[in-house]
Ligand binder design. Structure first.
Ligand code: SIN
Length: 322
């Protein structure tokens, strides 16, 4: 069976967007784990490379050892998004380096590898393994997965985030993006700790912890993992508020995400303080959403009030009570 990609490739005005020293064609990227570029290339063939929906590709999380992920069911659809309890299934570092990295290196955009460990030492080992790989433009540290037991250990507390950065920062000169959780008392305080301890950027929001009940088994959760992470339009207003709050605390570039479905939604996140915008749940509905949103954003005027995505970090707007 052959598939045809129908989409207007994001036509850029020739302007490039700088993010942590990486040149991008437009400000739309994917949220980690929401677009399987290897499976998409199998389905669409090399047409995917001509119509790649994102300006950079953020990989699904890689852990040191292979993981099966959480037991099914793993998804529950909401009126305004979904809850996932995937549990970070992946081939582990060795499998990723052998199988996935060579294929992802063929994508026509910079590759950002997302990593997660259950201790600073584990994350440092992962970061060191990618530090010398030319195929990798930057690393994203996942300290915000609500679906694994140790997923939030280093992301919910500024002191733990600082200790993680202290262990990891010396292991690479590549840009480090810290993916923040909304499931903590103060994402802005965690962002500030990340900034003070050497992060180059932050991304937010990861999913909000939520639960669905099994309609056939009263009192039992639907998801095999019990709880999961809520994403999609349901979290858009929360993402806007948290991006604004983080922007008021740090100078770091911000990748803002949460329920973006249109160029208008992307524009709103940029206006709240983001420098790039991540598209996640919308790509499940429309695999080419990234391209469409980039085109819509350009029509609205990506330049108006653009916070940067420049090498000059945006000036934080410090609130009265911070
Ligand atoms: C998952 O694999 O459980 C989702 C990834 C995440 O929330 O970080």
């Amino acid at each position: 069976m052959s598939f045809v990609l129908r989409s207007s490739q994001a036509q850029t005005s020739g302007r490039r967007y700088g993010f942590c020293g990486i040149e991008l064609a437009h400000p739309i990227v994917n949220g980690s784990g929401t677009f399987d570029a290897i499976a998409a290339r199998r389905a669409f063939g090399d047409a995917l490379l001509d119509r790649f929906p994102f300006a950079a590709f953020v990989s699904k999380t890689v852990t040191l050892e292979p993981r099966q992920g959480n037991p099914p069911p793993r998804l529950w659809e909401l009126g305004a998004g979904m809850i996932n309890s995937i549990g970070l299934p992946n081939k582990g570092l060795a499998g990723y380096l052998a199988d996935d990295l060579p294929q992802l290196a063929e994508l026509p955009v910079p590759l950002i590898v997302n990593v997660m460990g259950s201790s600073p030492d584990q994350v440092a080992t992962l970061v060191a393994a990618f530090a010398e790989r030319d195929e990798v433009a930057a690393l994203e540290l996942n300290i915000s997965c609500p679906n694994v037991r140790t997923g939030l250990l280093m992301g919910a507390d500024p002191g733990e985030t600082a200790a993680l950065l202290d262990a990891v920062r010396p292991r690479t000169a590549k840009p480090l993006i810290v993916k923040l959780t909304p499931n903590c008392a103060s994402p802005a305080a965690v962002a500030a700790a990340a900034e003070q301890h050497g992060a180059d950027a932050v991304s937010l929001v990861n999913t909000l912890r939520g639960m669905a009940m099994d309609p056939r088994r009263p009192g039992e959760p639907w998801l095999g993992g019990g709880t999961g992470g809520v994403s999609g339009p349901a979290v858009r207003t929360i993402a806007l508020a948290q991006v604004r709050e983080v922007r008021e605390r740090v100078r770091l570039p911000i990748v803002g995400m949460g329920g973006v479905q249109t160029g208008r939604h992307a524009r709103d996140l940029l206006d709240a303080g983001a420098d790039l915008v991540g598209v996640g749940t919308e790509s499940f509905r429309d695999p080419l959403a990234g391209n469409r949103i980039a085109v819509e954003l350009q029509r609205i005027g990506a330049n108006s009030g653009m916070n940067g995505a420049t090498s000059q970090p945006a000036r934080p707007r410090i609130s009265q009570n911070s």
